[in-house]
Every structure is written in C-alpha cells, then in structure tokens.
Write a protein that binds this ligand. Structure first.
Ligand code: SF4
Length: 347
C-alpha cells in the first residue's frame, strides 16, 4: 500500500525537529530544512543541495510539497496586476500586486472564499470553502514578488492581508505564515511592512494584542453606527462598534501601534454630514489613520460610488476635526482587482 505523504511545510520549527528525531537524523537538519523552505523558498527536496542524496530520497518518500500555481495573470491600465492561483485541491484564490510611487504592495488572501458575507464585497458572495495553509499564504508573497521583479524590476516592499477571506478566522495559519515571512531564518521581512485587515472580530483583536504582534492592524469599518454597519456587515451583529472600539484601544495599549480605519464611501449611504459626525465619534477615541476608499461597484450589489467631490468634502470635514485622513483612489477596477472585487471571475 502506498504511504500517504505529508506536506513538509505544515511543520513548525519544533515539528521539524520531531520529524528529524523520528527519522534518526541530527537536530541541525531541521534548521537546514527550515531555511531551505522558508528563507530560500524551496518547493522541492532536490533544491536542498547541502543535504545528501540518500537523505533527500528518504524525505521524498515521506513528505511532499503542495505549492500554489499561478493560473491567470491580468494587468490593469493603471499598472495593478491580479493573479489567480490554483491550489493543490484545484480551489482558486486571488492576489494582487499594487505598484505605487514608493511601494510595491502585495494584497494576499487568507481563505478560499469568505464566510462573512459583507454586502458590498464580491468575495462575500462566494462560499467559504477552507482556510489557506501557512505555505499557501507564504507562496502568494513569493509569487507576487516574482511578478514585481519581472514587470517592474523591483521587489515587494509591503504586504497587506486584505484579499479573499477574514484573516482572524484563520488565526493560527495566518500567524504562522507571518512568522515565516518575518523571522530571520525565514524571509526576514520587517513586520512594520505587513498589515492585517479585519472585518472586526473583537475577541481576536484582543488576542492579537495579547500576542503583542508587531505588524499593522487595519479595521474595515465602512459605517460608524451599529444601525448602518449591521446593514452591510453581518459580523457587526455579534461584534458591536463599542466592542470593537474597546478592543482597538486595548490593541493600542499593548502594541503602541496606530490602527488604520478603512472606510469605503457608498453614495447616499455613509457619505453625508451626519456620517462625518458618526465617524468622528468613533475615531476620536482610537489612535488611528483613516483611509477613505472609493467604492468599486460589483454586479451582486446595488451600492454606488460617491462622487469625487463628495469624497473630498468628507475627507476635509474629518481633517478639520483633527483626524488624520487620506483619500484612496481605487486601483485595478478594470480587471476586478480592486478592494472588494476578488471573486475568481474569469472573462
Ligand atoms: S470584505 Fe473581507 S470579510 Fe467581508 S466578505 Fe469580503 S473578504 Fe469577507
């Protein structure tokens, strides 16, 4: 009977050590293999040239790699590049490369689909099939970095977990992936260049705080009263704005890291003078930076985008009240790569 092989990249450092002991190997082998996998991004045992051929054969008999494979790549007229990736079980996810003046940003996914069903988001209309593994999250960074080098001759500078899925509902795998990205034995990236974006799960924001994470946190706020937020984000029913506000203040106390509040403006829904007041009342208690984001209409919903004049007025009113606000134009909308548009569409 053929032995079922295990994914070698599912093991933590400690797990790899145990594997080496079981195979009768010296502990330093675990470190070597860890570095091949997470620092040199190897996706086969044959690449591990400082390991003897006989031991590589032994490893091949027990373990396998399940890397993601790039499927389709599309480039927007504004330079944004979207890629869909096929997973070992044929599921598809998407990642986006967003080039700007000083940055090459990768927007990556954490789940196949999403269970949170935000009304304005195309991913929310897909069924959540499963969590991504740490390796599948890590692979997106490697692949999008290759795209950046190939197209723009520049490496990635920033990573945002803002693609498909809710990262805090895949907590252990997301944390492990980030560890592989930032640890010196892994890719050695700066944690300040990584941002995790959540739809708002208060309990898990507190867990991030208790784990004293060093990366940035963004909250997809989009409405600053429970009455409005309940209409567009069902997760708000069990995570009220008060509970989120408390959790974010706790996060700041523990990490000393300012929070980004993402606010997509929808025409005649959350872009009026009373919304400025509501947003001000929510934001003033939290050390934060506010991103006002232009909406990208999707086929599944009837929301429309606010005019640029409205957005600018909205931004200026908040700034006048002393808040730190930026206006974000949408990127990559012609290829469905913009915020809230990731849906594995293939036309
Ligand atoms: S906005 Fe984020 S949390 Fe909401 S449905 Fe889309 S992917 Fe899920």
């Amino acid at each position: 009977m053929e032995m079922v092989k295990k994914d070698i990249r599912q093991f933590s450092r400690v797990g790899l050590l145990e594997v080496m002991t079981e195979l009768g190997e010296k502990p330093y082998r675990a470190k070597q293999i860890y570095e091949w996998i997470w620092s040199k991004s190897a996706t086969s045992f044959d690449e591990m040239t400082n390991i003897s051929k006989s031991f590589r054969s032994q490893l091949k008999a027990h373990f396998e790699f399940l890397p993601i494979r790039k499927d389709i790549q599309q480039t927007s007229h504004d330079g944004t590049v979207k890629a869909s990736f096929r997973l070992f079980d044929e599921n598809l996810i998407e990642g986006v490369l967003i080039p700007s003046d000083h940055r090459m940003t990768a927007c990556i996914s954490s789940q196949v689909g999403c269970s949170l069903s935000c009304a304005f988001c195309a991913t929310g209309y897909l069924e959540r099939k499963r969590n991504l593994t740490p390796a599948e999250i890590y692979d997106q960074v490697i692949q999008i970095n290759l795209m950046a080098l190939d197209i723009y001759k520049l490496p990635l500078t920033n990573i945002v977990l803002m693609g498909m899925g809710e990262p805090l509902l895949n907590y252990p795998n997301v944390m492990q992936a980030i560890d592989h990205l930032i640890s010196p034995e892994g890719l050695g990236m700066s944690s300040r260049r990584i941002t995790l974006s959540t739809a708002g799960i208060a309990k898990m924001i507190r867990k991030l705080a208790d784990d004293e994470v060093r990366f940035n946190l963004a909250l997809s706020l989009h409405a600053a009263t429970d009455q409005k937020r309940n209409q567009i984000m069902p997760i708000n029913a069990s995570n009220s704005l008060q509970s989120l506000s408390d959790a974010l203040q706790y996060f700041y106390q523990k990490t000393n890291s300012k929070i980004t509040l993402e606010y997509i403006a929808f025409k005649n829904f959350n872009d009026g003078p009373e919304d400025v007041e509501d947003l001000y009342h929510f934001a003033k208690k939290i050390p934060c930076l506010i991103n006002i984001i232009e909406y990208n209409p999707i086929d599944q919903a009837t929301f429309q985008k606010s005019s640029f004049e409205t957005l600018e007025k909205f931004r200026a009113s908040l700034e006048k009240k002393g808040l730190n606000v930026r206006l974000r134009r949408s990127r990559g909308k012609d290829i469905d790569a913009a915020c809230g548009q990731l849906a594995n569409k293939r036309d």
